[in-house]
Unconditional design. Sequence first.
Length: 297
Amino acid sequence: MKISDFEQDARPEIEMVTTVASLAQSVSVWTTLRATIVKDLQIAVRYLPNLIGNFVQLGVRVLFFLLLSSVVSIDGEATVGRDLTQQDLFIFFQGALLLFVFITTSLWTPINAVNRDLYNGTLEYLYSNPISRYAYYAGTVMAEAIVGLVVFLPLYFILAFASETSWQNMLMVLVVSLTVLVALIAMGILISLLGLLWRQVNSLAEVLNISFELLAGAYFPVTAFPEIIQYVAYILPYTWGYDLIRYYSFGGDWQTLLPVEYEWAIVIGYAIFYTGLSIFLLGKVEARAKQKGLHLI
């Protein structure tokens, strides 16, 4: 056999080793994030009925709040500095609905991703590859948030038209929404970790979602609640997000729970805290899976 023939026969093995080695290389966070966003956007476009159903659900909420604002009023002079009737009440509800778009996205998307991967049998594949699982879950939320902009932007412009406030205040409403979104992404990942450990946690997530929505003041000012419930509301990032959005929506004519700068510090602090906690606990779950076996997740 000639040396050239030997080299030719060995080349496939060399190429195979190179290919296998390349598969073992760690994938960057940004690559994982981008690939996940693209994948989930493709899925959203492919299943249009589900997407349309989500839009219709939010549309029904808008009509419900519009109807509710025309038949009820809230005596808020002693609690928020103004009575809420008709247009003011609609602005009050619209601010909650604006943030509700991101709340639904950030809390439900990670757990839905876990359930989908469990159903499709792709979860073990994800956890056995050198990718950032946090980037994967964050990417699913970001993709859903991009889709949610189709609903968020009309609601945002409706709020701007109804409130008649300055563009600077409306810009701050947008900044508040995005800051709260960061904190809620981390909370959603925390809930998804329960899905990894306990499989079926949708009922728990639903209870938390409804409870957080009610306690945080989506429908009534937090200051109107009994004192013990107010203390529970204070630990939720939703509460401060709702309060800041209403402060800017009413052009500053809104009595906040705390001074505005304190509320901003709380919202940013929650975003940092929940993000750090979710990264830490995700690492613990991965370590447990490696020790006990991937079949546990």
